[in-house]
Design a protein around this ligand. Structure first.
Ligand SMILES: [Zn+2]
Length: 340
């Protein structure tokens, strides 16, 4: 439960992240607001905090007409639905179409969306398209990720707590890896040259047929160090997991994606060796059965091959689908796990 001091500080900051967590009742005016209400701040002495609108109404207050505190949940649902629609559409949906989908007027919906995401729906769709076009395989600090952070970073219901997801922190992925040391090596495996790179938090990249220049591109500000005693120990474990597939859940990872991407990666980690899943199943396991295309994109953005076993995803109907490092490697990985 929030303390009154925390709540008041949020009100003074007009912190949107607290919208929906409590309402601010103003005894003198008889209204209640969301914490971020743009209206002039009442005197602290006239303010009481309530868990929600119902509690405020119970003592005779009514909802502010400016910030519509009872619409917080509806706004969130509308924005999420629109994000989904934009991500899955081939062509960017029109504002009118999004408004209709969410039941708001276009003008009002544009305002609600922009307040939550920091961009208009059209600008968001554009950014998403550019990001997808730029590099379907590059991971990390992408636009949607940044938007999630900026828009929903502290809004708890939108963005799950980043700690504990996949059991790692994302040290290397912020700010080009500034201040982070990445140890790396390229080792020969039966599937060709394998690049393994790790921070002190865990493996941040595993790929085939790449060299350190790829790391420099992804982590331009990190210090790249070839080899290293501690790293060699981790490397040995990684190589063993690749050559003789077994349990690699204990190998720590240092990765970063959007909440949905990370949920997909977590779902991938939960596929037992010897089994495969479809993109639709991964989307469902990640909590959004409709986001099949987004699950495919999360798969493509996986930075740690094998340890996040994106090779265990195939098309509905059994077709192998694609693989960033070529179908021969995918086929070989699956074969060693007993999938023919
Ligand atoms: Zn208000």
């Amino acid at each position: 439960m929030l303390t009154d001091d925390t709540a008041w500080a949020a009100v003074l900051r007009r912190d949107r992240a607290f919208d929906g967590r409590f309402v601010t009742g103003v005894l003198t005016t008889g209204i209640y607001c969301r914490p971020s209400c743009a209206a002039r701040h009442p005197a602290r002495g006239n303010v009481r905090f309530f868990a929600d609108g119902a509690a405020a109404r119970a003592v005779g207050l009514r909802a502010c007409k400016r910030c519509l505190p009872d619409d917080v949940g509806r706004d969130e649902a509308a924005v999420l639905a629109a994000l989904d629609e934009i991500r899955q559409a081939e062509d960017a949906p029109s504002l009118a179409a999004l408004a209709q989908l969410t039941g708001y007027s276009p003008t009002h919906f544009q305002r609600v969306f922009k307040r939550a995401i920091g961009l208009s729906p059209a600008a968001y769709a554009r950014a998403l398209r550019e990001e997808r076009a730029r590099d379907a395989l590059s991971g990390g600090s992408d636009v949607t990720g940044a938007i999630y952070e900026a828009g929903y970073g502290s809004a708890s219901r939108f963005y799950e707590n980043t700690k504990g997801r996949l059991g790692m922190t994302a040290s290397a992925w912020a700010n080009g890896g500034a201040g982070v040391t990445i140890h790396w090596a390229v080792v020969e495996t039966s599937m060709g040259a394998m690049l393994v790179a790790a921070t002190d938090k865990g493996v941040c990249r595993l790929s085939f047929n790449e060299d350190a220049s790829e790391l420099a591109r992804r982590f331009p500000k990190a210090e790249l160090v070839e080899g290293g005693a501690e790293f060699e120990k981790l490397l040995a474990e990684v190589v063993a997991s690749v050559e003789a597939p077994g349990d690699f859940a204990h190998i720590p990872l240092d990765v970063k994606g959007t909440a949905f991407q990370e949920a997909c990666w977590k779902a991938l980690r939960a596929i037992p060796p010897g089994e495969t899943r479809t993109y639709a199943e991964i989307a469902a396991a990640a909590g959004n059965p409709k986001a099949v295309r987004a699950a495919g994109s999360a798969n493509a953005r996986n930075n740690v091959a094998v340890l996040i076993p994106c090779h265990r995803v195939i098309r509905t109907g059994g077709d192998l689908g694609g693989y960033a490092y070529g179908l021969d490697i995918k086929r070989e990985l699956l074969k060693r796990e007993g999938v023919e």
